[in-house]
Unconditional design. Sequence first.
Length: 534
Amino acid sequence: MEKILVVDDEIGIVQLCKRVLESDEIKVETATDGEKALELISREGEAYDLVMSDLKMLGISGLDLLKKIKQINPQTPVILITGQATIESAVEALKYGAYDHLRKPFDLDDLKSSVYKCLEHNRLRRESNILSETLYLYQLSQEADKTRSELDLLDFVLERSVKSLNANTGSLFIFNQRRNTLQMISSSGMKESLNFELKLGEQVVGWVAQQKKPLLINGGVNKLPQFKDMSVRKDIASSMVVPIQNQHTLLGVICLNRYFEKSNYTFTAHDLESLQIFALHSALVLTSMRHEQAQKEVDELKSEFVSNVSHEVRTPLMAITGAVELLNGMESAFTHDPKVRMFLDLIMRNTERMRFLVNDLLDFSRLETGILKMYYCNFNLKVVIEEVLQDLSFKARERNILFETDFPGDESDIIADREKIKQVIVNLVGNAVKFSPDAGIVKTGFHFDGDGYVSIAVANSGAGIPEDKQEKIFDKFYQVDGSASREKSGFGLGLAICKSIVEHHKGKIQVESEEGKGATFIVRIPIACKNSVQ
């Protein structure tokens, strides 16, 4: 509910204004002189959304009252009313910060219009202030993972809230779930040392954290029944203590203070609401940062695990491959037995499949850690694609899949890492074969765009990729069919490796697909990448 104070030495005027303006949303209080008005305005915990005052009054005039109001609370809007309105008086009123200047006798519709506009302006000003602060915080969060730590962000949150809400000091506590305590990690304008720790439920900050309820304290904390036995700091005139939480998860507490010797006015309910909004946005950004950090740690552990596993698997795999090759080369009745040959072929095929999987893991690990080097050279792209198609032709013939090509008739040379580009094409053509139906078609080609880039396209006639999964297929370990019983084997690393290689070449990879109409993968890279070893 918004509050208006009407000040006029004519009782009829204050009664009229109260009757006309008071409603379920607006409470109107009155005073018949400037002294009484100042007493109400200065009263502990009182805050008005608008003060209306007569200009000419005995004792404290309306203009003097305006000046004092602006000293007590500069944000309080004031409308001056006078029976002797002149241009000079209007200019002087506006000069000292009056919102409007009305002339007696005033039209009631004009009165209501001016009051409602003033209240709306006041609401918008408060919302604009907090919006600008939270917008700044949001913009910061977009770069937070690159430029700032969590502590930097929390220092910033406290700094901006102290400035925005005209506090003299502030502190920010972070909740330690393991210890069940609150640790002060940031302060502004305070002499207390950091790392000050409170138990959950201890003192005002601990109570707010435990109850997850904001507090506005004016005139002494011991006036609240839950803190009646607590010692009071007599220098603090007003405090706001707000939990920082994401839904029901407590992250911390922010506390702002105003001191008697530094401030003539106390925090208001509007200030508390603004700090709550700011705390909510802070919680969202903080949660996002922690999620990003946790995701990075998981990715690092996953990469380390992948690297270790692939190296451990590679050694016994080489031993199995070597043993099978020795058996294949032996001349004996045992090795010529049809059943033995069948089992040796089965072992060889599966060890070859394992070798490809392990190589994928190793390449992924190297790309993730930056160990994989790029060796740029001049080579013929058409020759590389033909090599890939020749290597995969046996798999295609097994299922009667037809290869089609579309090459330009002119120069086909580019500068890139030949083996890595070949690996990309192997992955794309191999996938196209894997996901094509029997007797399907796989089309491979490239063309020069005319702006220094070459586009390589690989298309199949398979089932296609659902639109909601087309962005995800380039993610690490992602499988379109994620079930344990999926028909197609692999770790889901092939396209992630392709994307990483293409991006190392300052290029892009994308997919175009409609369900039931196959899929086309397009790789676009510069014709001449950096011709050096990185």
